[in-house]
Design a protein around this ligand. Structure first.
Ligand SMILES: Nc1ncnc2c1ncn2[C@@H]1O[C@H](COP(=O)(O)OP(=O)(O)OP(=O)(O)O)[C@@H](O)[C@H]1O
Ligand SMILES: [Mg+2]
Length: 364
């Protein structure tokens, strides 16, 4: 239904899209992933004609929508876009937000637009908010309204650009669940997201963007479990790994806790497990800080999305020193309470030969 041919978008200082080619079929639910700045938003904006491509063509149902004679407004009615920042009209009530475009652009009667609006509000669980103003709603509610507003135009394609990234973590779930329902209805969707578990759960295809193109295209299994290209592999892995280097006794341990919190948020790790990872990192570095003469620690938090297991690995300098076997102390007691196992290994000849791994307990 959408064919992208040699699409290029250049800005004065950067060319995020060099040569993008893709064929999007009817009913495809595609997650667009990739490092920041690789042109994911730019691609969506080109498809929706919010940006004018520098070169190349986009065919929508066979029609070249990048041709000068193309009626941009007519095309936009067939493609809905949901933004990170909701973009609701603050001076209109929720139901008015939903009624506006169908009345103005589709020529619907007030009654029809209202009926359809209420019906859509029901599907996103917000019919009781019809007469409220956007400011009176939470972020998650606003985004659900924005999705309902897009649906009010009954678009053939919905483009979503990081629809949950501006939300408080407690509200991500409700919006994801609305999007998940939407994906099941067979509508064609393109979703830019950094939330891999979510992407995997709802999409039929994944576009990994890098180097100005769709670098790798495949099913979620192909891209997440067995990517063909090294860059894709690294990206998919990197999202699950946090590396922290500690090279001084006075390192910023509050900064470390914050980095872990951000990492956990990104990966939708529960608050309980987040706290345990933070605690484990703090206690372990505390023990090592006291016992190492020359503090050099490489800490890695790894989280596996498939089985939701988190582990903390610390490689550290110095002669062989098994901290798990150290005499009873408070730090170790704390650690044994939050871990389901600790292992120590010594790797002769490595720069940081000591390694301790803490498996973070998930329950209890
Ligand atoms: N209007 C613009 N003018 C100039 N440069 C722009 C414009 N919009 C985007 N860019 C640049 O184009 C590149 C791609 O931006 P884009 O927003 O598409 O990336 P992205 O993949 O969506 O990144 P993120 O994951 O951070 O949202 C960036 O280097 C950005 O600075
Ligand atoms: Mg973006």
């Amino acid at each position: 239904m959408i064919k992208i041919e040699h699409l290029k978008k250049a800005y004065p200082n950067v060319t995020p899209l060099k040569d993008v080619n893709a064929e999007i079929r009817d009913g495809d639910v595609i997650s667009v992933i990739g490092p920041s700045g690789t042109g994911k938003s730019t691609l969506l904006r080109c498809i929706n004609l919010l940006e004018k491509p520098t070169a190349g063509r986009i065919l929508f149902g066979g029609e070249d929508i990048t041709a000068p004679k193309c009626d941009i407004n007519r095309i936009r009615q067939r493609m809905g876009m949901v933004f990170q920042s909701f973009n609701l009209f603050g001076h209109l009530t929720v139901i008015e937000n939903l009624m506006l475009a169908p009345m103005d652009l589709l020529g619907k009667s007030r009654q029809d637009a209202y009926d359809k609006g209420i019906q859509l509000l029901r599907t996103v669980g917000l019919a009781e908010k019809a007469l409220n103003y956007p400011d009176e709603l939470s972020g998650g509610q606003k985004q659900r309204i924005a999705i309902a507003r897009t649906l009010a135009m009954d678009p053939e394609v919905i483009l979503l650009d990081e629809p949950t990234s501006a939300l408080d973590p407690t509200m991500v779930g409700e919006v994801q669940s609305v999007i998940r329902d939407l994906a099941r209805t067979g509508r064609t969707m393109l979703i830019v997201t950094h939330e891999m578990a979510f992407a995997r759960a709802i999409c039929s295809r994944v576009f990994y963007m890098d180097e100005g193109s769709i670098y790798e295209d495949g099913t979620p299994e192909e891209i997440f479990d067995a990517p063909k290209k090294e860059k894709t592999r690294r990206f998919v892995r990197r999202l699950k790994v946090l590396e922290l280097k500690i090279d001084s006794r006075d390192f910023d341990f509050l900064g470390m806790a914050r980095d872990i919190a951000l990492y956990c948020l990104k990966n939708q790790i529960s608050l309980r497990v987040t706290n345990r990872i933070q605690l484990a990192a703090e206690e372990m570095t505390q023990i090592l800080r006291q016992r190492l003469s020359n503090v050099r620690i490489n800490a890695v938090v790894a989280y596996s999305e498939s089985d939701e297991k988190a582990e903390l690995t610390l490689d550290y300098s110095g002669p062989a020193m098994d901290v798990t076997g150290a005499e009873e102390n408070l730090s170790l007691r704390v650690l044994s309470g939050i871990s389901s196992g600790m292992t120590y290994t010594y790797n002769e000849g490595e720069e940081l030969p000591n390694q301790v791994r803490v498996d973070i307990r998930q329950n209890g």
